[in-house]
Design a protein around this ligand. Structure first.
Ligand SMILES: [Zn+2]
Ligand SMILES: [Zn+2]
Length: 298
């Protein structure tokens, strides 16, 4: 099953004509997970021809406006669209109170959100994937998240065909790694299956340099990381607890990821994308800079 990632917003505190505030949508099977929801995210869904009613979960890294101002509008739209599923919302400490305050201002969201405040560890453990979080240093409680698609045993169709093994519960047992008996013959699961390696995608959106980002991103297939500033602005990055392109690339290198995608660019770097990319590439070659509506399939 493929993972489709759509960048709905790749700007930072101040949007530009080309970059909206931060939001990233992940589609994996029936799951549609939104990471952050800056102002205008619901219109970005429409422009990308995506349906917000298919959302299953929202992961908020933190409550700075450029990551969360789109929440009330999006929840109101779901409300008016008769969204009837449970919407799972995960965020750092204070998320429950913030949603309650939004309801106080804008009226009750007549959908059924289930809110979880998380700071460290595995927050979702489903059959095929899990999501892990670690706190990262920023101006307020902030989480980084990793989506981990689990390894899976796949059946070796060539051998099944050779043995003329029919479609039956035996196949399910083999896929669970259990040996089975077929026509009096013992079939070992390890000979009948192969391991399909899982995938890992890590999201670090708004953070100062931190070991937690390196730990969480360890061996990721893709690291999607904020890169608000260039190295010339390192002082500013430190002051506002953000990363430069070089620092983001250093995290990618130390975490031994396969690919780095930079996002959350400062509006001042709107025309400096090449500089940001070049700085990062000096440290970590497999770097790309995301644009709004970029789509990647993993
Ligand atoms: Zn931000
Ligand atoms: Zn922030």
């Amino acid at each position: 099953m493929k993972i489709e990632i759509t960048f709905l917003g790749t700007g930072s505190a101040i949007p530009t004509a080309k970059r909206n505030h931060t939001a990233i949508l992940i589609n994996y099977g029936a799951e549609n997970i939104l990471i952050d929801c800056g102002e205008g995210t619901q219109r970005q869904f429409k422009i990308a021809k995506l349906n917000p009613c298919k959302l299953t979960r929202i992961l908020l890294t933190h409550w700075h406006a450029d990551h969360a101002l789109g929440i009330p509008g999006l929840l109101k739209t779901l409300d008016m669209s008769d969204y009837s599923k449970t919407l799972y919302i995960y965020g750092p400490k204070g998320t429950k109170e913030k949603i309650r305050l939004l309801e106080k201002i804008y009226g009750k969201f007549r959908i059924n959100p289930e809110i979880h405040e998380v700071s460290s560890g595995i927050l979702i453990d489903e059959k095929e994937f899990l999501i892990e979080t670690k706190p990262v240093p920023h101006k307020m409680p902030t989480n980084a998240y990793a989506l981990i698609i689990k390894d899976k045993l796949r059946l070796r169709k060539d051998i099944l065909k050779k043995l003329k093994l029919p479609s039956s519960p035996l196949l399910g047992k083999l896929q669970q790694g259990k040996d089975v008996t077929f026509k009096g013959k013992k079939l070992k699961a390890k000979n009948m299956t192969y391991l399909q390696k899982g995938k890992k995608i890590t999201f670090v959106l708004d953070s100062a340099m931190s070991n937690n980002s390196i730990k969480l991103a360890k061996n990721s297939d893709i690291l999607i990381c904020e890169s608000s500033y260039s190295s010339k602005e390192e002082e500013k990055a430190r002051e506002y607890c953000h990363l430069t392109a070089k620092q983001a690339a250093t995290i990618a290198k130390k975490a031994k990821v396969k690919k780095l995608i930079l996002t959350h660019l400062s509006h001042k770097n709107e025309h400096n994308t090449k500089l940001i990319l070049d700085e990062a590439k000096k440290v970590f070659k497999a770097t790309h800079v995301a644009k709004d509506f970029d789509k990647i399939i993993v």
